[in-house]
Design a protein around this ligand. Structure first.
Ligand code: GLC
Length: 479
């Protein structure tokens, strides 16, 4: 019975993906639209063109390209990467950034760098993801020649120019405005949000790996200093995230005794954090053996919310040590009632409400407590957790029992997705503390929900060895 359900769900997802979500440009697949537009029985669109969900978002294409890599469809991935590179901004103020999304209109590509987006938010993650995807593509396909092309190396240099320039801040983190990543609306995620920092870490190491491939070739020797600068930055960022973002019950107890108003170099409380900022829910949430990377660190204002994607990427890119990854998985199992509920996985926990919601979201009705980005549940996130767990359990095979519970959670997440998503029309996200409701404003037939399920299926049932597909070079390999 469950085998039949599995076949049906996989078949349905595959045909939606290949026949309706992927689009062509210049005779080759170039990526997938964010959501498949619903048509009425007469074949006409059921509603007016759906905002920008008919565009190709770089971030939504991360699972798409990852899945295509697992299927050996390398030329489509290469075409996507080349097309994004063509759209890398060369405007003086934004030089080097990649667009949030693009669309073809009458043979022309039109890109959105934020100048057309709701609320005019900018996306920073797209730029970081491009570098990581180039590295993943080269690793998986073996097409080193792609990375060795002068225009690809030039694109990388434009990216590095954005990161490695002088600034007013000493910290190695990348400072961004609100809504600069998957959470693309105000949710008090400005400053140094976790997702951006771990992506930056992955992108710096990927850029270093890609530069190293070219450095032995004529015309590229001058990259030596840049390579060193990139590695140094990644190293500082790693130390910084370990110091300020990683928390356990023990680190919180140290923090609770912090002195304040300290000045100078050798001090404990550099960001002048008042202990009242440590929220009550943290005690039971952390348990005594769990740990995670907090959402943000800013002067006097740490954000203790748990952000699922940032933490999964922190594990996948080895910002976290093996032991820390085990602590993270333990924390996720411990809090599965909140995080997985009836539809995995919650994007962040806990939701903000009351006056906090009013002020921090600007009364955003799409982000009501427990909805959408503010604690909604997004099935597109589960494969990141699966990849993080499976790559870690493969490298720590002697310690099999440590992964039993998290593997059970992955299996039950898979089953929920298999049984629910086709019936719920592959909804974008789910609302409420139990995640029992399809999101109030959720799109249906959302591509990363569909392809997220295909990736879960691939990693859990077909080829777990692909869990390392987004591996970035290890910092130790450069030191
Ligand atoms: C929403 C999401 C964003 C996603 C876009 C397209 O705006 O918040 O993360 O990229 O939809 O699916």
């Amino acid at each position: 019975m469950s085998d039949i359900k599995m076949q049906e769900a996989v078949e349905s997802a595959r045909s939606l993906f290949y026949e309706k979500a992927l689009v062509q440009f210049e005779g080759e697949w170039v990526g997938a639209i964010a959501a498949i537009l619903q048509t009425s029985d007469a074949g006409t669109p059921a509603s007016a063109p759906d905002l920008n969900y008919g565009e190709i978002f770089i971030r939504d294409n991360v699972p798409v390209m990852t899945y295509l890599l697992t299927q050996g469809k390398y030329s489509a991935v290469r075409h996507f990467l080349e097309t994004c590179l063509r759209l890398q901004s060369n405007q003086p103020q934004t030089q080097g950034i990649f667009p949030t999304s693009f669309v073809e209109v009458d043979g022309q590509l039109i890109a959105d760098y934020g100048q057309r987006s709701i609320g005019r938010v900018v996306s920073v993650d797209a730029t970081l993801w491009w570098v990581i995807l180039v590295h993943a593509y080269v690793q998986k396909s073996g097409d080193r020649a792609f990375a060795e092309q002068p225009h690809v190396q030039a694109g990388l240099q434009r990216f590095l120019d954005l990161i490695l320039h002088p600034s007013f801040r000493e910290a190695p983190t990348l400072h961004v405005p609100d809504g600069a990543f998957m959470i693309d609306r105000p949710l008090e995620v400005w400053g140094a949000p976790l997702e951006i920092q771990v992506l930056l870490y992955g992108a710096l190491l990927s850029a270093a790996g890609l530069m190293q491939m070219a450095i032995g070739l004529p015309n590229f020797q001058h990259l030596g200093d840049r390579l060193q600068q990139t590695i140094d930055h990644a190293k500082r960022l790693h130390g910084y995230l370990q110091k300020y973002y990683w928390i356990t019950s023990q680190t919180i107890q140290v923090m609770r005794r912090y002195p304040t108003e300290q000045y100078g170099e050798a001090i404990e409380n550099e960001y002048n954090i008042q202990t009242e900022t440590i929220p009550d829910w943290l005690q039971s949430w952390l348990g005594d053996r769990g740990g995670y990377l907090i959402g943000n660190m800013r002067t006097g204002k740490p954000d203790f919310r748990f952000f699922t994607l940032g933490n999964c990427l922190g594990a996948m890119f080895d910002v976290l040590s093996c032991d820390q990854q085990s602590e993270l998985f333990r924390l996720i199992v411990w809090n599965q009632k909140d995080l997985a509920a009836q539809m995995p996985l919650r994007i962040c926990h806990p939701p903000i409400d009351g006056a906090d919601w009013q002020i921090k979201t600007g009364y955003d009705r799409k982000n009501l407590p427990g909805c959408y980005h503010n604690g909604g549940h997004w099935p597109c996130l589960t494969w990141f957790l699966a990849a993080a767990v499976l790559r870690q359990s493969a490298s720590d095979s002697a310690n099999h029992s440590a992964f039993t519970e998290i593997n059970l959670l992955l299996e039950s997440s898979y089953q929920i997705m298999r049984d629910q998503l086709p019936r719920k029309n592959w909804a974008e996200y789910f609302d409420g503390s139990t995640a029992g409701w399809v999101g109030q404003q959720a799109r249906l037939y959302q591509t990363w929900t569909i392809v997220g399920f295909l990736l879960m299926h691939h990693l859990l049932k077909v080829n777990p060895a692909d869990a390392g597909i987004l591996n970035v070079p290890r910092l130790q390999d450069f030191c």
